[in-house]
Design a protein around this ligand. Structure first.
Ligand SMILES: CN(C)c1ccc(C(=O)NC[C@H]2N[C@H](CO)[C@@H](O)[C@@H]2O)cc1
Length: 467
């Protein structure tokens, strides 16, 4: 535990120094780039990571039924899912792709599509892969044939799961993957081609919005800018090229390294060209986990002020990175134990941050338990009430400002004739639907969606209030 405390303290100091440096540079403007649907409308995505269970199930699929999706929609009106897939299942043997696995993924994509969701496929890893320990339960993601520990130890009595990342065997596995050792140059190529196989399967599927290339990348013995601008950027460029060779249109989501950036430190991820006709479709997909919360503080009293400060550093550094990449932003993960004091206020704070930054988000995670929307017994946690807010699912123009509270939603945008704006209105604040301040509004009571057709040009400020 002493090591973990040391690391936490040093990290806290680094985040503090990084934050002070960030604040000194002044707050950047929110991004004016957006993830768009096939009509060109701006998407405002709201959903969950589904699901952590995929890390350990034998078939690498999340424990999920269609009824689960129906309940999630009924309770919170989500429109998006960060769907976890596993390299170990995509490519069980080198160069052999499991089409039956991809068919099962496609079946779940269809479940979401039939309910109006957008799906982002997340090639998920934590701690490299299931092969880092003999029992296979610690890590997930990479297949056994790509796991080379060279006999180095991986202690299994870790005080916290993230400490596995510091084990010699795990660092070696990553060092081989990133070719830091120079002994396995083939691994990154396999990874990029595994993505090509996935993209070839889903190219043209209107439900699949795009691909999140790697969950929370870890550089092993190479860290920070040397990692992000080095091997991580090289992997991303190779993978973008492989995907674009079979899929010219899906969005490609790139994550910075997790360490430091999840907490608010700046990323050194460079710009990436998108070899497609038309506008680039590359988005930045960071995660947000305020360090004070990771260190056990709650979003209450004294700590709330510090956590808000780190949220500001996170916001400013992510906006700067997105500007460098010339990319829209999607918050791929945020989450916490909903039994902690102040948890609902933190969720509300992140939702408001998303409105300010005009970015979509996926909560971590959809799994049953104290972090999720439903506990082990299936009863709602406070997350359902905190996450079920009015929001614009899709906007028929360039978003300028989004704001909401329990009983109102205001969306300001520059209309561009791409189509109507659709807003979700939860039953709690809008029992009989909503009224629009302008345009022609159509209410769908079954899906709780108000569709508003406004003039096709000019600045629109749409205010939705309960009917
Ligand atoms: C030392 N490293 C590399 C590290 C430490 C901590 C996290 C983390 O908390 N991540 C936040 C959440 N994201 C994963 C799933 O992607 C969850 O298991 C974590 O709670 C990541 C990496």
């Amino acid at each position: 535990m002493k090591t973990a405390r040391w690391i936490a303290s040093l990290t806290a100091l680094a985040v503090l120094a990084g934050g002070i440096a960030s604040a000194a540079r002044g707050a950047p403007e929110p991004s004016a780039r957006f993830i768009t649907d096939d009509q060109g409308r701006a998407l405002f995505l709201r959903g969950f990571n589904t699901a952590s269970s995929a890390k350990s199930t034998p078939d690498a699929l999340p424990e999920l039924t269609e009824a689960d999706i129906d309940r999630e929609y009924r309770d919170m009106g989500t429109n998006f899912v960060r769907f976890l897939i596993q390299w170990r299942a995509v490519e069980p043997q080198p160069g052999i792709y499991d089409t039956k696995y991809l068919d099962k993924v496609a079946e779940r994509v269809r479940w979401y599509g039939e309910r109006g969701y957008h799906v982002m496929l997340d090639m998920h890893q934590d701690l490299w892969g299931n092969g880092i320990t003999p029992s296979g339960e610690a890590g997930n993601g990479a297949p056994g044939w790509a796991t080379h520990l060279d006999g180095l130890p991986v202690a299994t009595d870790q005080p916290t799961w993230e400490m596995y990342y510091l084990e010699p065997g795990v660092i070696r596995a990553f060092d081989h993957f990133w070719n830091t050792t120079g002994e396995h140059p083939e691994l990154m190529d396999h990874y990029a081609k595994a993505w090509k196989a996935v993209a070839a399967r889903f190219a043209g599927d209107p439900v699949v919005l795009g691909y999140d290339l790697m969950n929370e990348p870890w550089g092993g013995s190479v860290q920070g800018p040397q990692f992000e601008a080095g091997p991580l950027a090289a992997l991303y460029r190779r993978t973008i090229a492989e995907i674009r060779s079979v899929d010219r249109d899906s969005w490609i989501f790139l994550e910075p390294q997790a360490v430091g950036v999840n907490w608010g430190l700046p990323s050194a991820l460079p710009y990436f060209d998108d070899p497609r006709d038309g506008e680039a479709r590359i988005a930045l997909a960071p995660h947000l986990y305020p360090l004070p919360l990771d260190l056990g503080e709650d979003y209450t009293a004294g700590s709330k002020e510090w956590i808000d400060r780190t949220l500001g550093w996170w916001r400013d550094n992510v906006l700067r990175t997105a500007d460098r990449l010339r990319a829209p932003i999607l918050l791929g993960e945020f989450g916490l134990d909903m039994t902690r004091p102040g948890a609902s206020d933190l969720v509300t704070g992140v939702v408001r941050l998303g409105e300010h930054m005009r970015m979509g988000m996926a909560y971590w995670s959809r799994d049953p338990g104290s972090w999720g929307p439903y506990d082990e017994g299936g009863s709602p946690t406070p997350l359902v009430a905190a996450y079920a807010r009015p929001y614009p699912r899709v906007i028929g123009g360039v978003p300028v400002a989004i704001g909401s509270d329990a009983r109102s939603l205001t969306v300001t945008f520059d209309a561009n004739g791409t189509g109507p704006t659709e807003v979700y209105l939860p039953a709690a604040g809008f029992p009989d639907g909503g009224a629009a301040s302008e345009g022609e509004a159509t209410w769908d009571p079954a899906r709780r969606i108000l569709t508003v057709r406004t003039k096709p040009a000019g600045r629109i400020t749409l205010t939705i209030t309960p009917k």
